[in-house]
Design a protein. Structure first.
Length: 205
């Protein structure tokens, strides 16, 4: 079942499994807008996004928590059992002989810039961790972030990574869990490979 609650100006919704398909257009547009910025520099298309998001609609235990301002989705976060994710996400865990059936993967945590700084980032993690714990058979959560190196030409002077925030949330960088994903950078028509670094947190501590 969907759930809806409101605070002034903003509306919060949750969707699970196939329900997520009903907001594909909104989620695709938000992902393209947020991931356009550094460090992702993503030149996305709605068609590609909707094809990727089928991974979440096809997983019974997937979860979406989204924020609307009026009719516009301004923030969203997702999670899914790792076993249901794509090959490039599962691979570093499988190569390390980790039990992917006991791990929950946290997908995007995205918010338009004008809505940041109000605590929604913490709410996103709270919602996903609560969802993962509700099944009682997952002992680890994880997510990944792109590694652009220290001297990327498009890095803004005032850029601040989320490492401190993630560490405060109890996540630990796991540099040995490394993967590669492909997407076209801004202005490019061909995809190129990017290194992704994983962060993990125990659900049992």
């Amino acid at each position: 079942m969907n759930s809806v609650d409101t605070i002034p100006l903003l509306t919060f919704i949750t969707k699970k499994g196939k329900e997520i398909e009903s907001v594909f257009d909104d989620l695709a547009a938000l992902r393209i807008a947020v991931f356009h910025d550094y460090p992702y520099l993503y030149e996305g298309t709605v068609a590609y996004e909707k094809e990727y998001l089928k991974t979440y609609a096809n997983a019974d235990r997937s979860f979406l928590f989204a924020v609307y301002d009026g009719k516009k989705m301004v923030g969203a976060t997702t999670c899914i059992p790792l076993k249901d994710e794509t090959t490039e996400v599962r691979k570093p865990f499988e190569d390390s002989n980790m039990d992917i059936n006991s791990i929950f993967y946290f997908g995007e945590s995205i918010l338009l810039s004008e809505y940041r700084g109000s605590g929604l980032g913490h709410r996103f993690f709270d919602e996903r961790e609560e969802h993962a714990r509700s099944f009682e058979n997952y002992n680890l959560t994880c997510f990944c972030s792109v590694d652009r190196g220290k001297d990327h030409s498009e890095k803004p002077v005032d850029y601040r990574p989320n490492d401190v925030f993630w560490t405060k949330r109890g996540y630990i960088k796991a540099p040995l869990l490394e993967s590669f994903m492909e997407w076209p950078d801004i202005g490019e028509t061909e995809s190129s490979s990017k290194k992704m670094i994983f962060w993990t947190k125990s659900l049992t501590e």
